[in-house]
Design a protein around this ligand. Structure first.
Ligand SMILES: [Cu+2]
Length: 161
């Protein structure tokens, strides 16, 4: 990022995503030659099968720099989001909340059906398949990442919910 571009860049970003703009500027101007930066890909949200039940989110997070932790996810249209892992007990797959999830440049974090996933509670009932849902990933030490997840119907199975 070139020095003379900063003012224009910050002004353009301020209306839409002020926090992200600040973080990006901090990353660009902080002086660290290799600032941690995470990337969220393939973010998909499946809606609750029945209104009022939980939905789920799946995604892949990678980083360019050292051990990184995903410490939470928030969305303006979801009341509460938990990180869950799926474990097999006595031959039955069950899930349990985890406070955070770790990954590294060699080993991206993959949340997928049947494995680890994010559970969405109190999902905005106005959300429809084909919509986009804003998710903000809280990361450490990489700056937070905001993505627009693809919203799908409940058919894309999430076993056990
Ligand atoms: Cu779950």
């Amino acid at each position: 990022m070139r020095q003379e571009g900063h003012g224009v860049y910050a002004g353009g970003m301020r209306k839409a995503v002020p926090l992200l703009a600040v973080l990006l500027l901090a990353a660009a101007c902080g002086g660290a030659p290799h600032s941690p930066q995470a990337t969220v890909e393939d973010a998909v949200v499946t809606l609750p099968a029945v209104a009022g039940r939980s939905g789920a989110a799946y995604f892949t997070v990678s980083t360019n720099h050292g051990p990184t932790r995903l410490t939470g996810i928030t969305s303006p249209r979801v009341g509460r989001i938990e990180l869950h892992e799926t474990v097999e007990q006595n031959g039955v797959a069950t899930m349990r909340p985890i406070g955070e999830a770790s990954f590294s440049p060699d080993s991206p974090l993959v949340f997928e059906p049947g494995g680890s996933h994010a559970m969405l509670f109190e999902v905005d009932p106005a959300l429809r398949p084909g919509d986009r849902l804003s998710l903000t990933f809280a990361l450490d030490p990489a700056p937070s990442m905001k993505v627009e997840a693809e919203v799908r119907g409940p058919g894309q199975a999430h076993m056990g919910h």
